[in-house]
Design a protein around this ligand. Structure first.
Ligand code: ADP
Ligand code: MG
Length: 790
């Protein structure tokens, strides 16, 4: 039996808050066949790991439909964790379309956006109606309470009292039953299915206020001897629902903005391509391009898909992918990335990756997945909000009862009842964990999106959180700190061979190697216009060099430790002469003796010094990790300002070195090329892959710097720290306001100060808190990544 569980990312409809998320999670995880379910209230998506043989999507929908939610398959290709899902599952996976699952609709991102805009429009209409009603209610409240210190108006006349007495119930009825319908549905679901979310709290609060007021109005004559029948709560119903609606509107509007990064990425996709088919140029839609197609790209046009230049040369603006604004020169056989802009030359490119495999598609999937993922810091908020609603409900009831029992000892029962109801409604309204649920996801969405726009791809929220805590960065030397384009600087024969013969021998052997050093020797030999000799029995010796035979003679090329394995000793004077200049010594040895030396030098990247200085300002220590000679490495490290050198490490030992650092309590990030350094990247707390071209192993690292520019490292740090700071601020305010608000609403301050939170005020406070959390997250958009370290 093959692996049967699969993970899908689904859109959730009808979700408002963190407690919705926990209800959905609980319900779905209760179904047999569902292994795991993560619901994110920020992205309104659910990641469900399930066995399609045991449970279908329509079954899942059935389960949560009655609670007012539904699941939809997103049409944007999802990145699925299981191995088989290479194809676009919306077409290939029968469980989404075939017979038994007709219930699960498929929605495109465009249709989701359209629906959100429609919701927004409806909220806007509601606001237009409620604002005047709120104004009237607030006017009445102020007049009635007599908050009139300057004596600007006279006390409310009996006529005016009567006017409001008849007007407000009409307003409140409309507001509760039309605008507040979702809250009433929340109450209904609570009664029927025992699930409570924030709608339930608001619904119970406002309907209790409404019913109480209605009873007072209806039986005013009969109740007059016992209760103050003038004290109705119609105004509270209007103001609470009104303010929450206004809050929802602003929240929805801001939340649309948080998703702009994805929209921009989607907007980069090219729609059509000019392709040569049967010797003729035809324009076809992008979906029809297949691997191997020859595409024509004119100056100023976007490159349609990932490919390789087969004709022409140009410079290309890759800023939309890498975040680097300087155009990159491209010549024959260079790799080009879809969605980047061809500046001058006319090009022919051969498509190498299309559809889901293109870099842009991968980026979009990655960003979406990351935006929907949960940061560890969020788990606490999740746990709290999952128990919050029932706890608050019980607390509100206890408060009401206490007011009636204890309060009535000190005041007339009618007054205790009034205060008790005020507390009850106030608690329910202020306690909504709405802001708490939005605190983390909104910041993650904006942070991850902003990172992507700067060429920084973040795998998930956890990586982002971990990066913010990093205090030690290990960098690979070759290609990361140096340009990775080494050149031969010295040739020294220590035998009867000439220098050129040494070069020819080494180059002939190196021609079969893939090491960056090898290329340098091959280039030099070509430069000297020398031929290459035939090599047999070639063998690469990892982290040391290589072996091969020429004319029946065995030769070794590599570092001092390689020749030491043979029992030969390299001339320490020659070696230290090279290494003290930062050059890498390469030794050529026969079976019995050392024949000669080469020195190879790589140049330091232009911005390496500056980047390391910035990292230091950020409080991060920087180490260089390399297989190169200790002294060579130290020389280069000194020039860059690196703190620690870890040299002469075999490729297999790199992960061990990272582990050693980690075990001393450091929070270690490792930056390397992602392909050779994969084990070390995986071992580090945060693995950062420096990408170049389209071959970046996006999946393998926690963070991928698409342009391969180390200047993105301090930027990524700034961004991660700012995002975490935003999350903490958000969580603090969300908690703080509940912690302060609930006791005040319960009447804790009443006996001493006579202060009781007005439910209307509670409603506006709660609306304000959600909006402020989203706005705070949006502030990240304007963050300057070059700003002073924090
Ligand atoms: P790095 O950390 O620079 O990637 P490697 O592990 O690839 O180092 O190689 C370590 C050392 O082994 C190099 O610095 C070099 O001295 C030697 N070496 C490896 N491969 C070769 C080769 N093909 N030719 C010459 N020297 C080599
Ligand atoms: Mg290397």
């Amino acid at each position: 039996m093959p692996q049967v569980n699969q993970t899908k990312s689904l859109n959730v409809i009808g979700m408002h808050c963190a407690s919705c998320a926990s209800i959905i999670k609980r319900k779905l995880e209760g179904l047999s066949g569902i292994e795991k379910c993560e619901v994110n209230s920020g992205t309104e998506k659910a990641q469900v790991t399930y066995n399609p043989q045991k449970v279908s999507l329509s079954r899942m929908n059935q389960e949560i439909d009655k609670l007012g939610y539904s699941l939809e398959v997103s049409s944007q290709p999802q990145n699925v964790t299981q191995e088989h899902d290479q194809m676009d599952h919306t077409q290939m996976d029968p469980s989404f379309h075939a017979g038994h699952d007709m219930m699960t609709p498929i929605s495109s991102d465009a249709s989701i956006k359209a629906r959100k805009l429609q919701e927004l429009n409806q909220l806007a209409t509601h606001i237009k109606i409620t604002v005047p009603l709120i104004a009237v209610s607030v006017f009445k409240m102020i007049w009635e309470v007599g908050a009139n210190p300057l004596g600007l108006w006279s006390a409310m006349s009996l006529n005016a009292q009567n006017f409001f007495h008849y007007l407000l119930p009409i307003f409140a009825t409309y507001v509760l039953f039309v605008i507040g319908l979702p809250y009433l549905q929340g109450v209904w679901r609570f009664i029927k299915y025992r699930v409570a979310n924030m709608d339930t709290l608001v619904g119970i609060g406002t309907s209790v206020a409404y019913i109480y007021s209605f009873v007072l109005s209806a039986f005013s004559i009969q109740l007059a001897p016992f209760l103050n029948t003038q004290h109705t709560y119609y105004d509270v119903v209007i103001v609470v629902i009104g303010f929450i609606t206004i809050g929802k509107y602003f929240e929805a509007r801001s939340k649309l903005k948080t998703g702009e990064a994805i929209e921009k990425l989607l907007g980069l996709q090219v729609k059509t391509a000019l392709v040569i088919r049967k010797g003729e140029q035809v324009e076809i839609s992008i979906e029809q391009v297949v691997v191997g197609d020859i595409l024509i790209v004119k100056p100023g046009q976007k490159i349609p898909v990932d490919g390789e230049i087969v004709d022409g040369a140009t410079s290309i603006d890759e800023s939309m992918i890498t975040g680097e604004s300087i155009p990159v020169d491209k010549k024959l056989h260079d790799v080009v990335i879809g969605a980047t802009i061809n500046k001058q030359g006319s090009l022919k490119i051969k498509a190498t990756k299309v559809g889901k495999d293109t870099m842009l598609s991968q980026i979009i999937t990655m960003v979406e997945t990351a935006q929907g993922s949960k940061a560890p810091i969020e788990h606490l908020a999740d746990q709290i909000s999952s128990v919050f609603v029932p706890v608050v409900l019980v607390f509100a009831i206890i408060t009401l009862v206490l007011w009636l029992i204890i309060g009535s000892q000190f005041m007339p029962f009618s007054q205790a009842l009034t205060l008790g109801i005020t507390s009850f409604v106030g608690i329910l309204v202020i306690a909504c964990p709405c802001a708490m649920g939005l605190a983390t996801p909104t910041a993650v969405i904006v942070g991850v999106g902003k990172a992507a726009q700067n060429g920084i791809l973040i795998k998930n929220a956890e990586s982002l959180q971990k990066l913010s805590g990093v205090n030690y960065l290990v960098m690979d030397k070759t290609g990361t700190l140096t340009k990775g384009m080494p050149e031969v600087t010295d040739i020294l024969s220590t035998s009867d061979l000439t220098n050129n013969q040494i070069l020819q021998l080494v180059a002939s052997l190196e021609r079969h190697s893939e090491h960056p050093l090898a290329q340098a020797v091959v280039n030099k030999n070509q430069l000297e216009k020398q031929s290459f000799l035939d090599v047999k029995d070639f063998l690469a010796i990892e982290g040391k060099g290589l072996r091969g035979s020429l004319d029946g003679q065995m030769y070794l090329v590599g570092n001092t430790s390689l020749v030491a394995d043979l029992g030969l000793t390299a001339d320490s004077k020659i070696i230290s002469n090279f290494t003290s200049q930062g050059k890498t010594p390469v030794v050529l040895a026969g079976k019995q003796q050392i024949l000669g030396y080469l020195a190879i030098a790589d140049t330091i990247k232009d911005d390496a010094v500056q980047v390391v200085a910035r990292l230091h300002q950020q409080g991060i220590k920087v180490a260089m990790l390399t297989g190169d000679h200790q002294q060579t490495a130290s020389y280069i490290a000194d020039q860059i300002g690196i703190d620690t050198v870890i040299a002469e490490v075999l490729p297999g030992g790199k992960a061990k070195e990272i582990n050693k650092l980690h075990s001393t309590g450091l929070k270690v990030a490792m930056a390397g090329d992602g392909i050779n350094d994969a084990p070390a990247l995986a071992t580090a707390d945060v693995g950062i892959a420096m990408g170049t071209g389209t071959d970046v192993a996006i999946e393998s690292a926690d963070i991928t710097l698409l342009g391969g520019h180390i200047s993105a490292l301090p930027k990524a740090i700034v961004l991660s720290r700012a995002t975490m700071r935003t999350i903490k601020q958000n969580l603090f305010w969300a908690f703080f306001y509940n912690v302060i608000g609930i006791p005040i609403a319960a009447g804790l301050l009443y006996p001493i100060f006579g202060i009781l939170l007005n439910p209307a005020l509670a409603g506006s406070a709660m609306a304000f808190s959600s909006v402020s959390v989203v706005l705070n997250a949006l502030k990240l958009k304007r963050l300057n990544l070059l700003q002073e370290p924090i």
